[in-house]
Design a protein around this ligand. Structure first.
Ligand code: C2E
Ligand code: MN
Ligand code: MN
Length: 405
């Protein structure tokens, strides 16, 4: 069965396009589209395009592939690609709708919607769009997304590299484990904000492999006792930043005096409890909400900070946040992947950044791998980063850090 679908994307015209012949360009697209039974419209405000295009799903997917190599526009952001029951556009091909000023953009659209979703836009385009599409077009016309695009147009430049450091005198331990450390950087002050300790087996086994050999109360005991090793290894690195540790919330409930244990381990290594940040994943926190809230008060009372890890990966992040507000939030890597070309992720992350600002929660972007992702995230005002783009985890050390300006 062939599936009728609709693609909506936003892009930016390159000088190549602006110097070219607009109507010739549109005629060529219209012809090509006709051949493939693609219909749609193209809004253009002199700088950005919004294109709605409809046809068979596989034709649209092919088109999307080709668009990325079309040098007449760049910064392509897909806002929607979904099945539709019927086409919004009556005629084949493509019509361009030039939009000149913000006022004109708004008035065009408002007049149009007032006429009940079925109207003639400039150039007499017959159009019958559904509510979802109208609202996406409306968002384009309102232009709030522009702030993110315009703030950081330059490609980040790698200014300096901090060399890796490892300690040759790393203390050994009876649990047969080690920790890899990954930097969390502050891009605004170009400084090391924290390092996160990541559990490893002595032969480099993953956290899941190491923890998989423990069950029941042994798991919680291991989870806590291993932290003393993480703290000791961190101290051996001789850096003065914060230390982020991953904990299971049940560990802190099951192991009496867990908080005292952690504070003691910090102090024995000449570190302050105020340097400690405990990371709990969204999913673990919500399934043990009562425990978690009680624990959190006691951590905070001792100067220990709390971070929600992998925010957005689980199922209850927002209801969790409405119950209590952590010191930090780490946005899950999956929400950030290729964010520079993904409209829905942009809308979500922009909203997260906004409520974190309003609630005074520090926001960390985790798992940043590409310079375009970083550039986009800088644009919405995120200052804290962790990811391969800056530095990889290093076993019992701190890897090379690349600083971007
Ligand atoms: P996490 O706390 O979210 O840690 C970040 C994970 O993302 C790490 O994987 C890190 O290596 C990886 N990562 C960082 N930057 C990038 C990037 O740019 N791209 C990609 N693809 N990955 C990146 P790792 O070390 O395998 O840890 C997996 C998870 O295991 C951790 O996720 C954490 O939830 C858990 N974990 C690690 N150490 C401990 C521990 O000591 N105790 C407990 N309870 N859980 C731990
Ligand atoms: Mn973590
Ligand atoms: Mn995480």
């Amino acid at each position: 069965m062939t599936c009728l679908a609709q693609l909506i994307y936003r892009s930016k015209a390159t000088p190549l396009f602006r110097r070219g012949d607009l109507s010739g360009f549109v005629r060529a697209i219209a012809l090509a589209n006709q051949r493939q039974h693609l219909t749609g419209m193209l809004l253009f405000d002199g700088e950005y395009f919004l294109q709605v295009i409809e046809g068979r799903l596989h034709s649209l997917e092919e088109l999307l592939g080709r668009l990325k190599n079309d040098h007449r526009h760049e910064s392509i952001v897909v806002l929607s690609l979904d099945g539709i029951k019927k086409r919004s556009f009556q005629e084949w091909g493509m019509k361009i709708i030039p939009l000149r000023s913000q006022a004109e953009r708004m008035s065009n659209w408002n007049n149009a919607t007032h006429e009940g979703m079925h109207f003639s836009l400039p150039e007499n385009l017959e159009f019958n769009g559904d509510a979802r599409m109208c609202s996406i077009v409306d968002g384009f016309l309102q232009g709030r997304w522009r702030d993110d695009c315009s703030q950081s147009v330059k490609r980040p430049h790698c200014g300096r590299i901090t060399p890796a450091r490892t300690s040759r005198t790393m203390p050994s331990n009876t649990l047969g484990i080690g920790f890899a450390f990954q930097p969390i950087i502050d891009s605004s002050s170009q400084s090391l904000r924290a390092v996160e300790a990541l559990l490893r087996g002595v032969d480099g086994q993953s956290p899941a492999e190491v923890m998989g050999s423990y069950t029941g109360s042994d798991l919680y005991r291991f989870d806590l006792e291993s932290k003393a090793i993480a703290i000791e290894q961190f101290a051996a690195l001789g850096v003065s930043c914060d230390l982020a540790l991953n904990v299971l919330p049940m560990t802190l409930e099951q192991m009496t005096d867990a908080t005292a244990f952690l504070i003691d381990a910090m102090e024995r290594n000449d570190l302050s409890p105020e340097q400690l940040v405990l990371e709990v994943t969204e999913e673990e926190a919500i399934t043990n909400l009562q425990v978690f809230c009680t624990q959190m008060k006691s951590w905070r009372a001792n100067g220990i900070r709390v971070s929600i890890d992998d925010f957005g990966a689980g199922f209850a992040g927002l209801s969790l946040l409405s119950e209590f507000q952590p010191d930090q939030l780490k946005i899950d890597r999956l929400l950030l992947r290729s964010i520079h070309e993904h409209g829905p992720r942009q809308a979500i992350v922009r909203a997260i950044a906004e409520f974190c600002r309003e609630l005074g929660i520090e926001l960390i972007a985790e798992g940043v791998e590409q310079h375009q992702e970083y550039r986009w995230l800088e644009g919405v005002g995120i200052n804290y980063y962790q990811g391969y783009f800056f530095a990889r985890p290093e076993f019992q050390g701190i890897g090379e850090i690349r600083w971007y300006e």
